[in-house]
Design a protein around this ligand. Structure first.
Ligand code: MRU
Length: 348
C-alpha cells in the first residue's frame, strides 16, 4: 500500500504478534489511546461485547485470533468448543463473527483429526491469520471499486464508524471515502451515532488522521441536510446482508436511506462478502442486538434523563434492499441490490 494520508501515526486497531492480540480500546477513544492485550476466548469475547474492538469485519478477525489463542493455551476439542460458543455469543448481528469462528473451528477440528491436539493450534492460528489477510485485501478492493462508483461525489454523508478501527485495511465505507479523497476533494458529513457515538468519537478521530475535511452533525440533522441538497451520496457499512439484499447496519442507517431516496441521491453500502448471509432470506431474519438500555439513558456515565426511564436500545436497523443503490464488495459491485445479483456475486 502506498504511504497515503491514511497512514498517519495511529496505533493499529488490531496487532497480532503470532501469539497475543493487542487491541486499541475503542471505548476510550478519542480521549485516550490505550492498548489492551488479549490472551484467549474469554477476554476476547468480553472485549467484543463491550465494544473495545468493534465493526463487523474486525470482530470477526478478533474472534478468530481469540479462538486460536484459546486452543494454543489449552489444545483439545473441549476448549475449542467452549471458546467458540463463548465468542459467537458475544454479539449477534454481524455475520462476520460467526463465520470467522466457524472457519477457525473447522480448521482446528480437521487438524485434530489428522494429527491430534498438537496440530490444532498451528492450524487455528494459520486460519485466523488468513482471515485477517483476506479482510485487509477485501478493504483495498472495496476502496477502489467504491471510489470509481462515487467518482462524481464530493460531499458524502456517512454513519457510525467503518474505518480501520472497524475493518481490515482502511475500512469499508470509510475506506471508500479515503480512496475517493486520494483522487479528488471530498467533504464528509459524519453523524454522531447515538447512543455510543462511534461517529463523534471514532470516525472523526480517523478522518482527522486521514486529513479529510469533515463536519460532525447530530443524527437527527443528517436527513434534513440531505433534503436541502447538501450531500451528493450516502455511504455506510453493513453488519449482515440478507439473501434478498436487505442490510442490517448501525441504528440510524434506515433514516439516511429514506432521506437519500427522497432526495434522489445514491445510497451506497460497502462491505466484504464475509458480511453476506445467504441463509437469512430477508432482513426480518437478521438478529438485531438489543443492548443495555443504560447506554441510551446515560452518556459518559452521566444520567441524561429521569432515573428509571423505560428505554429501548436496538443497536442496528434493517434497510430494505429497494432503498440501496449499490452494494460494494471485494468481489464486485451489486447493482441493483437484489437476490439474483447477490447470488451471481457469490457464485464460485
Ligand atoms: O456496534 P458497532 O460499532 O460494532 O457497529 C458497527 C457498524 O454498524 C458498522 O457500520 C458496520 O460494522 C460496518 S463496519 C466496517
Amino acid at each position: 500500500v502506498s504511504a497515503t494520508r491514511s497512514d498517519l501515526r495511529a496505533p493499529p486497531p488490531l496487532d497480532w504478534d503470532g501469539q497475543r492480540l493487542r487491541i486499541l480500546d475503542q471505548t476510550l477513544l478519542p480521549a485516550e489511546e490505550r492498548i489492551v492485550e488479549l490472551t484467549g476466548a474469554a477476554d476476547t469475547a468480553e472485549a467484543i461485547r463491550r465494544l473495545a474492538v468493534r465493526g463487523a469485519p474486525n470482530i470477526g478477525i478478533a474472534a478468530a485470533y481469540g479462538l486460536a489463542m484459546e486452543v494454543a493455551r489449552e489444545p483439545g476439542l473441549g476448549s475449542l468448543e467452549r471458546g467458540a460458543s463463548r465468542l459467537v455469543e458475544a454479539r449477534p448481528t454481524a455475520a462476520n463473527l460467526g463465520r470467522a469462528v466457524q472457519r477457525v473451528r473447522w480448521a482446528a477440528v480437521k487438524a485434530y483429526a489428522e494429527g491430534g491436539a498438537v496440530r490444532m493450534a498451528a492450524a487455528a492460528r494459520a486460519e485466523a491469520e488468513g482471515i485477517h489477510a483476506e479482510e485487509d485485501q477485501a478493504s483495498r478492493r472495496m476502496g477502489e471499486l467504491g471510489a470509481e462508483l462515487l467518482a462524481g461525489c464530493g460531499r458524502v454523508v456517512t454513519h457510525c464508524n467503518t474505518g480501520a478501527l472497524a475493518a481490515g485495511g482502511r475500512g469499508t465505507a470509510l475506506g471508500v471515502i479515503a480512496e475517493l479523497a486520494d483522487r479528488r476533494p471530498v467533504k464528509v458529513l459524519t453523524t454522531e451515532t447515538r447512543p455510543l457515538l462511534q461517529g463523534a468519537r471514532l470516525t472523526v478521530w480517523e478522518l482527522r488522521r486521514l486529513g479529510i475535511e469533515h463536519e460532525l452533525v447530530a443524527d437527527g440533522a443528517a436527513p434534513g441536510l440531505i433534503a436541502r441538497g447538501q450531500a451528493d451520496a450516502v455511504i455506510v457499512g453493513c453488519d449482515r446482508v440478507a439473501a434478498n439484499g436487505d442490510v442490517a447496519n448501525k441504528v440510524g442507517t434506515y433514516s439516511l436511506a429514506l432521506a437519500a431516496r427522497e432526495a434522489g441521491i445514491p445510497f451506497v453500502v460497502a462491505g466484504p462478502t464475509s458480511s453476506l448471509d445467504p441463509a437469512a432470506a430477508t432482513g426480518a431474519e437478521i438478529p438485531i442486538e438489543e443492548r443495555d438500555p443504560d447506554e441510551v439513558r446515560e452518556a459518559g456515565g452521566e444520567l441524561l434523563t429521569l432515573p428509571e426511564t423505560p428505554s429501548r436500545n436496538p443497536a442496528f436497523d434493517v434497510t430494505p434492499a429497494a432503498l440501496i443503490t449499490a452494494l460494494v464488495t471485494e468481489r464486485g459491485v451489486a447493482r441493483p441490490v437484489d437476490r439474483r445479483t447477490l447470488a451471481a456475486l457469490l457464485a464460485p
